[in-house]
Design a protein around this ligand. Structure first.
Ligand code: XMP
Length: 517
């Protein structure tokens, strides 16, 4: 897993032993305004030293310390002389490395437990005598290593927390990072204080550090960046622009597949943000020509991806002398592509201009590659991006092409744009915009019979899709109030000429996907 450059902020390294919650630990540390960085357990000693961590947290993991190929504790962790906090598997590793005894438990222990504090440890400062915690472990500590004392127990776990306060080494048998440990963040904040961290990491300092870094890296070179109107690419462009001004060219490609008014709004926002560094390319004719007659979903995606790269590459050549490509890669992508357990359901990224860096000998700048999505939004707000951009709901790269089932024509695009605008207006008017992950209209290839006045109609069927989700990997259909659905339906059939029927999609993901294509 690639690691960030050393930061002038305090860093806490989180060593990943494969727990589902390793990312969550990283996020909790960052919520305490300290730069938490997730590193693999087999990180080279030199790499870890370079990060100059003020403290180390060992995550949980599915292994047992006595398994034959169980991940181990890198020797360098204890040589650094900084505070160490082992969580679950991390605690057991720490105990074993220091001469304690770990016993394989007969039964795994899961669930809520009440923790009883036995000591006044700085780790539990301000937390009182009893705490609700979330246990999830198989093995447990049988004998403490020399120098350690018991900090707390629970009904089933005699050593639920341990510490060697002199060496500032700590172990927790429960998970402080999960919501089921309501005051867990305070425990982590206490650990961070024990590490002596200043807690000065945040959007402002991130911007400062990266502006300086980009300036230094780029020198008087030129940078291009593809912008889509979405939050990631917009934040990258704004950050790079703040660093190097006119040396940046941000390119927006209008593929003719955007929603109603979206191109004009996007252009206006980017012009205000980036001034002369922004160019908007109207390639809609070209995309629609290449898509004519195509109905297969994968074929559509491939054409759109290819034409996008062609157009972008032409622009980059016109600018000339470009050295760098700036991209909005985020931390979860970095972590995921480094992990061996890649999720099969990766979200396809359209604005990843595959192949271009090699062909044009461009070097990559990816300033967001150590940030989570909500942190990117915070940086966006701190850079002064408008809220509509920072909180824009996800919109697929292939745009309305994957929401028109069947052939894409200008007429059908116009129909879908009108219907979709009504869905968006009504959901916004009902104040539901923030709780619904995505909401849109889909133009089906169906026509159905209707009646209008005294005459029979035979017109398009539009489907409405509104879903709730945490991460787009799974989704549920939104229980929209009937009145909102009624208004959407009646407005669409009244205001959009070619449509005489509206249906609501009540399918979860899986087995359906969010988009229809
Ligand atoms: P599905 O339809 O697979 O979508 O459930 C999951 C999420 O990804 C978005 N999506 C895309 N985003 N390029 C993108 O940039 C694409 O080709 C693409 N296809 C789907 C979709 O809107 C949802 O948020």
């Amino acid at each position: 897993m690639p690691q960030p450059k050393p930061s002038h902020h305090d860093v806490v390294a989180i060593i990943d032993y494969g727990s589902q919650t390793s990312q969550l630990i990283t996020r909790r540390v960052r919520e305490a305004n300290v730069y938490g960085v997730l590193v693999p357990w087999d990180i080279a000693a030199e790499e870890l030293r370079l990060l100059k961590p003020a403290g180390v947290i060992l995550s949980g993991g599915p292994s047992s310390v006595y398994d034959e190929d169980a991940p181990t504790l890198p020797g360098v962790v204890l040589e650094l002389g900084v505070p160490v906090l082992g969580i679950c598997y991390g605690m057991q590793l720490l105990a074993k490395a220091l001469g304690g005894q770990v016993a394989a438990a007969q039964n795994r222990e899961y669930g809520q437990a009440e923790l009883v504090n036995e000591q006044n440890s700085p780790l539990f400062e301000g937390l009182g005598d009893r705490l609700q915690v979330w246990m999830s472990h198989g093995d447990r500590i049988e004998t403490l290593p020399d120098g350690f004392g018991v900090l707390a127990h629970s009904a089933n776990t005699p050593i639920a927390a341990m510490a060697d306060e002199t060496r500032r080494l700590y172990g927790l048998q429960f998970h402080p990072e999960v919501a089921h440990t309501p005051r867990g963040s305070e425990i982590l904040a206490n650990f961070i204080r024990i590490c002596g961290c200043r807690g000065d990491w945040g959007p402002g300092s991130f911007i400062e550090e990266h502006v300086a870094d980009i300036r230094q890296t780029v020198g008087d070179g030129k940078v291009v960046c593809g912008v889509s109107g979405g939050v990631d690419s917009s934040v990258v462009a704004a950050l790079v622009h703040r660093a190097i001004g006119k040396q940046l060219t941000a390119v927006f490609v209008d593929n003719g597949l955007m929603r109603k008014n979206e191109v004009a709004e996007t252009n206006a926002r980017y012009r205000a943000m980036l001034g002369e560094s922004y160019i908007s390319v109207d390639a809609s004719e070209r995309f629609l020509r290449e898509l004519a007659g195509v109905t297969d979903p994968e074929e559509k995606r491939k054409i759109i991806g290819r034409v996008f790269i062609e157009v972008f590459e032409e622009q980059a050549r016109q600018i000339g002398g470009v050295d760098y490509l700036a991209q909005g890669t985020l931390y979860p992508d970095v972590i995921e592509s480094a992990s061996t357990t890649k999720s099969a359901a990766r979200i396809k990224s359209h604005h990843n201009v595959g192949g271009l860096p090699e062909r044009m000998h461009l070097k990559l700048i990816e300033p967001l590659r150590f940030l989570f999505k909500d942190e990117v939004r915070q940086v966006g707000l701190a850079l002064g991006l408008p809220e509509e951009m920072v909180y824009r709901t996800p919109f697929p790269g292939p745009g309305l092409a994957v929401r028109i089932i069947g052939e894409i024509t200008r007429e059908r695009l116009a129909t879908l744009r009108e219907a979709d605008a009504i869905v968006r207006e009504e959901i916004a008017a009902a104040g539901l915009g923030r709780e619904i992950w995505q909401y849109f209209a889909v133009l089906t290839p169906l026509r159905s019979v209707g009646v209008m006045g005294d005459s029979r109609t035979y017109a398009d069927v539009v489907a409405v899709r509104a879903i709730t989700s945490q991460d787009a990997m799974t989704a549920d259909w939104a229980r929209l109030p009937y009145e909102v659905l009624a208004r959407i339906s009646s407005r669409i059939v009244n205001e959009v000429q070619q449509v005489n029927r509206v249906v609501y999609d009540i399918t979860t993901k899986p087995p359906a996907t969010i988009e229809w294509e």
